[in-house]
Design a protein around this ligand. Structure first.
Ligand code: ATP
Ligand code: MG
Ligand code: MG
Length: 566
């Protein structure tokens, strides 16, 4: 495990505090409501809200949730609601600081007019295609637009008309007047506004122009008094533009509060999954998964439905730290965070995924005494380290189920489970010896006859019994649907470019296995949303959508150990 150390952003803030000057720590999480959040967003949420909490006392730490809702074509209220729910579930608290970029449209418009009047922006009639041709390349400077020399008065009039909806989509844009020869292409007169006659989920039909990310983002930060605007590395060479806009507005004395600063960190990439909203949407739309909350998805919705907790996701984000260079994080880190938490908290139960029937006899094959069908009342602790979680009674009768793969006919010496003549301990019940193997006409093993001595917990073969297996009583076990998951993709990096292939070609066809298991009687009453350990099988979550009273459905959240490699 990595040593806990101060990440580079904390170090930066500490240095700023040391330098003095009334430093405040005000961060934000700025999702675009065009899809559901994924684990990468969780990383940003934990980082931003975590800094605000950490510096709450020391530097008036504050955290805003801001919907970056500047692209009405792709955004929906459904996403806004789901994002709020997921952020809250993760434990990040924006209190009363919920904002929408669309609430700043009027302010942003006014500032854009001021930039036009100061000669820093102009209306340009080039089409998107022509603009691309003028932009130049990394090695070649761009060409200036013929509309660049338009008077401020003419641009101001046209910009007003753009707002009033007098021009069709794409007819003109508002561009910042910076430098078409800049080595940084982001500074080659970037677009500030586009015409879009589209209905916006909040502002309705009030606007027919919408601001670009670069124009809206830094200014929204400034309006809210954000001090540390933390974003992912792709925005590194947008930073000069972020600063350019703020510098011009500062010169015009338009900035109401202090200046925000952009800091970039490495986005989270996880093995065996994809993280872009566009690709996740494609998985949903093309029905490769059952929906945004499919437990195989890296979405917060999916992880919730899988059985993850907010706490385990926060622990994961804390452990992987904050990097300045992009890398791929092993999924095992995420799984381990959940295992560790559930190992502490989850009550233990027994379930048999692939049942094999066992009939018990007394020692030496004699009939077994079972008054009222009861061979033994077995008391099992609900948690090996937590007596306060109590115990439960499972009644062992003469018939039970064990896991089919806990029996092997031609077993190697090191197989310490059931084999002909071998002894094994049934968890909480006692030792059985496998006396007889019963097969059907095809030669398949359908039942075992095992002898059991209820009076002793002794070692009937005279040898030490090395194996302990789980079991359920046949008469009272309950049938329950159990879902086992494997990686959604077969390769570590499905995004890696490969000739003639897309990420979809790497989908794992066996990522979901649905079984009807036999579970111990107490599990019939498992509550939707409960998390349990099935002994030797993993941690399971009672599916909140598909479970019905008395008929729980169990999703395996994670195995007990990392077994993917096997
Ligand atoms: P995607 O590319 O997956 O669609 P996005 O960056 O377009 O994501 P936004 O809703 O704009 O999605 O992101 C909100 C915030 O989450 C941004 O500040 C962004 O930097 C951050 N974020 C998005 N993906 C990741 C990631 N994989 N790791 C860390 N932060 C991320
Ligand atoms: Mg974005
Ligand atoms: Mg994106």
């Amino acid at each position: 495990e990595k040593p806990a150390s101060r990440n580079f952003i904390q170090q930066q803030i500490d240095a700023d505090l040391k330098a003095g000057g009334g430093v405040r720590v005000h961060t934000r999480f700025p999702p675009e409501p065009n899809g559901y959040l994924h684990i990468g967003h969780a990383k940003s949420i934990c980082l931003n809200s975590g800094l605000a909490s950490e510096y709450a006392e020391l530097a008036q730490g504050r955290f805003n949730l801001r919907f970056d809702d500047t692209n009405p074509a792709k955004e929906e209220q459904e996403y806004v609601d789901a994002i709020m729910d997921d952020v809250r579930w993760l434990g990040a608290d924006w209190q009363d600081r919920l904002f929408y970029t669309s609430d700043y449209f009027e302010t942003l418009y006014g500032w854009a007019v001021a930039l036009i009047e100061a000669g820093h922006a102009y209306v340009c009639d080039l089409t998107a295609e022509e603009m691309r041709e003028h932009r130049g390349t990394l090695t070649e400077p761009g060409k200036e637009s013929p509309f660049r020399t338009r008077t401020a008065a003419e641009s101001a009039k046209l910009f007003q008309e753009m707002r009033e909806g007098k021009h069709p989509d794409g007819a003109m844009t508002l561009r910042a007047k910076i430098d078409m020869a800049s080595p940084n292409i982001n500074l080659r007169d970037p677009v500030m506004y586009r015409i879009k006659h589209a209905h916006h989920q909040r502002s309705g039909d009030a606007w027919s122009i919408y601001p670009s990310y670069d124009w809206a983002h830094g200014q929204s930060d400034a309006i809210e008094g954000i001090t540390y605007s933390i974003c992912t590395l792709e925005f590194n060479n947008h930073r000069p533009l972020y600063d350019w806009f703020l510098d011009r507005l500062a010169e015009l004395e338009l900035l109401p509060k202090g200046r925000p600063r952009q800091i970039e960190f490495a986005r989270l990439n996880l093995t065996y999954t994809v993280m872009s909203k566009r690709k996740l949407l494609q998985l949903v739309q093309e029905k490769h998964v059952a929906g945004w909350d499919d437990p195989r998805m890296p979405t917060i919705r999916g992880l919730r439905r899988r059985g993850y907790t907010g706490e385990s996701i926060r622990a994961f984000c804390e452990r992987i730290g904050v990097a300045k260079q992009n890398s791929m994080i092993d999924l095992v880190w995420l799984e381990d965070a959940l295992r560790e938490e559930l190992n502490e908290s989850a009550p233990r139960r027994m379930a048999v995924l692939r049942p094999l029937k066992v009939t018990l006899t007394g020692p030496g094959g004699a009939a077994l005494e079972a008054p009222g069908g009861v061979v033994k009342e077995c008391k099992l602790a609900n948690h090996p380290q937590k007596p306060e979680l109590g115990e439960r009674t499972i009644v062992l009768g003469t018939e039970l189920y064990v896991e089919a793969d806990d029996f092997m006919e031609d077993a190697p010496g090191k197989f310490f489970r059931l084999k002909p003549g071998g002894a094994v301990r049934l968890r909480g019940a006692g030792v059985v010896v496998c006396d007889e193997v019963i097969k059907d006409a095809t030669g398949a093993v359908v039942e075992l006859r095992c002898s059991f001595d209820p009076d002793t917990n002794a070692k009937p073969t005279g040898k030490k019994v090395k194996g302990t297996i789980h079991w359920v009583p046949a008469g009272t076990a309950v049938d329950a649907e159990v879902r086992l998951y494997d990686h959604l993709f077969r390769v570590e990096n499905p995004d890696k470019a490969e000739e003639g292939k897309t990420f979809l070609d790497h989908l794992n066809p066996d990522s979901l296995e649905t079984l009807t298991a036999k579970v111990e009687p107490a599990l019939a009453d498992a509550e939707p949303g409960e998390r349990l350990q099935f002994e030797r099988l993993g941690y399971f979550y009672v599916d909140p959508k598909d479970s019905a009273p008395g008929a729980p459905v169990f999703n395996r959240a994670v195995t007990l150990r990392d077994t993917w490699g096997k």
